[in-house]
Design a protein around this ligand. Structure first.
Ligand SMILES: [Zn+2]
Length: 218
């Protein structure tokens, strides 16, 4: 199974979706855009449709040069998150997770209280392959505090998460706030500067990673 080049920082593998400080956010001039049927929303003055717009939303612009500067483990790169979710790539190594015989995908969730992944649950975290899952629960300080895992039949695109803009002033309603989840058919999606794709998880079966690892080793 081919996978993209792996990057390391201070002896630690840097996940595929992790942005680097050298991958700068590139502010575009946000303008009012009137689309088909007179539908209004935000757009860039110099918008390029194939990267700047997806699912009806305008997307944050960010350079894509892995390995430049230092990794920012607390953030997620908008394009690589979008790519990983759309193609079910492992969020750590970037390889396809379409290689399981049961045709399902492994998802991990940080849950200090041990809560399971539930049917129809929303997430912006891409799947993870089995070897990376085992590595992550040992290496990631968040996951070490508690996680659950599930095998998922399919992930359906639900919408995006981003900053909703005011239709009058064209500036973010809550610039410092958490990204707002906005559903595909919500008119607000045209006023959202998206930074991630949100999916819902279906056909979920909780799994124990130790069992999976033991089975793989057998
Ligand atoms: Zn992986």
């Amino acid at each position: 199974m081919s996978r993209p080049r792996q990057f390391h920082w201070k002896g630690k593998r840097v996940p595929f979706v992790t942005p680097w400080t050298g991958e700068q956010t590139q502010p575009g001039m946000v303008v009012r855009r009137i689309g088909r049927g007179g539908v209004q929303g935000i757009g860039y003055a110099d918008e390029a449709s194939h990267v700047d717009r997806r699912y009806g939303a305008l997307w944050v612009r960010r350079a894509a040069v892995r390995g430049l500067g230092e990794p920012d483990f607390d953030a997620v790169h908008p394009y690589r998150q979008r790519q990983a979710i759309a193609h079910m790539l492992c969020q750590v190594c970037g390889a396809s997770t379409h290689d399981r015989p049961d045709e399902r995908h492994l998802f991990l969730k940080y849950t200090p209280d041990g809560q399971q992944i539930t049917e129809g649950e929303r997430t912006a975290r891409p799947p993870v392959c089995e070897p990376c899952a085992v590595e992550s629960v040992g290496a990631c300080p968040f996951l070490r505090r508690g996680y659950t895992a599930a095998l998922v039949g399919y992930a359906r695109t639900w919408g995006v998460a981003g900053l909703v803009h005011d239709p009058v002033t064209l500036v973010p309603v809550d610039p410092e706030g958490e990204p707002t989840p906005v559903e595909l058919d919500d008119p607000l999606i045209r006023w959202t500067l998206a930074g991630a794709t949100v999916v819902t998880l279906h056909g979920c079966t909780p799994v124990n990673l130790d069992d999976l690892a033991a089975k793989a080793a057998a």
